[in-house]
Design a protein around this ligand. Structure first.
Ligand SMILES: Cc1cc2nc3c(=O)[nH]c(=O)nc-3n(C[C@H](O)[C@H](O)[C@H](O)COP(=O)(O)OP(=O)(O)OC[C@H]3O[C@@H](n4cnc5c(N)ncnc54)[C@H](O)[C@@H]3O)c2cc1C
Ligand code: SF4
Length: 283
């Protein structure tokens, strides 16, 4: 396998031809390559091609390079609180020292059927094995075809904060970055195969927070993560770990519309408690 290390976004995109895959910190990609879930002829290491670091473009926008690590984000006072808290509650210190924002937003599902290469719906098959089998950590929304639970704490925080993603070819909201899988398109991330995330613009909030229920107090993916961000009287709430994509919750009452599986009904109750606490905290 070839490894290239381009120095500009343009060269990186040019190198991402068929059979090449972008590599950042490698914390998600390397195990997927090892297990042959992702096949690659070449790895395009994007560390020198993608911006890294945090700057304030105005009093109301913080710009974050996609190559910034979670560890750098969690301690930077320019970063809105919900995003800092989401980073601090993610993974382990070692993983946060390597894992980048761009890689985190693009990370693959943790669904164990998918990771064990069952020929499930997300792999292009017909069935969701989790719905019929073990699904304690799976979805309570958007789970008609695939019941996976989106693992990114950061994506939920960025969705609540109303962040914008800049790629090498366009700008889009974090909400537009993701889509539920369909018969025509199984990938939940709506980027082209050779499209690179470069930066995110994160609006300031008057108050924001990220709360997370997990199996262990550290180093665990979200069973339910709740981000809330208030600007003036308006509050946006977004959830991690509850749907195949980060989930914007219109109101606490929208939890009544959840479609839990037999093994995930407990997540609805967890979400109710965390949403109540997050709204109180951003009061
Ligand atoms: C044990 C473990 C526990 C974890 N716990 C949590 C958790 O609690 N919460 C949480 O949110 N995350 C968690 N993670 C996920 C972790 O945060 C991600 O693996 C990490 O952020 C990915 O970043 P990376 O730079 O290592 O990406 P890589 O592994 O290098 O890449 C991941 C994917 O992103 C693509 N990619 C990378 N950079 C870009 C870019 N700039 N543009 C487009 N595509 C890109 C790659 O091609 C690949 O498909 C955990 C991971 C592990 C292994
Ligand atoms: S939840 Fe999604 S990824 Fe998991 S088995 Fe079902 S279709 Fe596959």
């Amino acid at each position: 396998m070839r490894l290239v290390r381009p120095e500009t976004p343009r060269d990186a995109v040019a190198a991402l031809t068929n059979g090449a895959v972008a590599l950042a910190g490698g914390t998600d990609l390397v195990p997927l390559l090892r297990d042959r879930i992702v096949e690659a002829d070449a790895l395009v290491h994007v560390a020198d091609a993608v911006p890294r670091g945090v700057t304030s473009t105005s009093t109301s926008i913080t710009r974050v390079g996609a190559g910034t690590t979670l560890g750098e984000l969690e301690v930077d006072p320019q970063v809105p609180q919900a995003l800092r808290e989401a980073c601090a509650l993610s993974a382990s210190p070692q993983l946060r020292a390597m894992g980048t924002l761009g890689g985190n937003l693009r990370q693959a599902t943790r669904c164990w059927y998918w990771r064990l290469k069952f020929p499930c719906y997300l792999h292009g098959g017909e069935r969701c094995h989790a719905k019929e089998g073990e699904h304690r950590e799976h979805a309570i929304f958007g789970n008609e075809r695939c019941a996976s639970a989106h693992p990114s704490d950061l994506a939920a925080a960025l969705l609540a904060l109303g962040a914008t993603v800049r790629t090498d070819r366009r700008e889009l909201g974090v909400a537009e970055l993701y889509r539920l899988p369909t018969d025509d398109e199984r990938d939940v991330v709506g980027l082209e195969r050779d499209e690179l995330i470069l930066e995110l613009d994160v609006p300031a909030a008057d108050a924001s927070t990220y709360l997370k229920a997990m199996d262990r107090r550290k180093w665990a993916f979200p069973l339910v993560g709740v981000a809330a961000a208030r600007v003036g009287p308006s509050v946006r709430v977004a959830l991690a770990g509850v749907a195949p994509i980060p989930w914007l919750l219109d109101s606490p009452a929208a939890l009544d519309d959840a479609t839990p599986l037999p093994g995930t009904a407990y997540k609805v109750e967890l979400a109710r408690v965390l949403v109540r606490r997050a709204l109180a905290a951003t009061g």
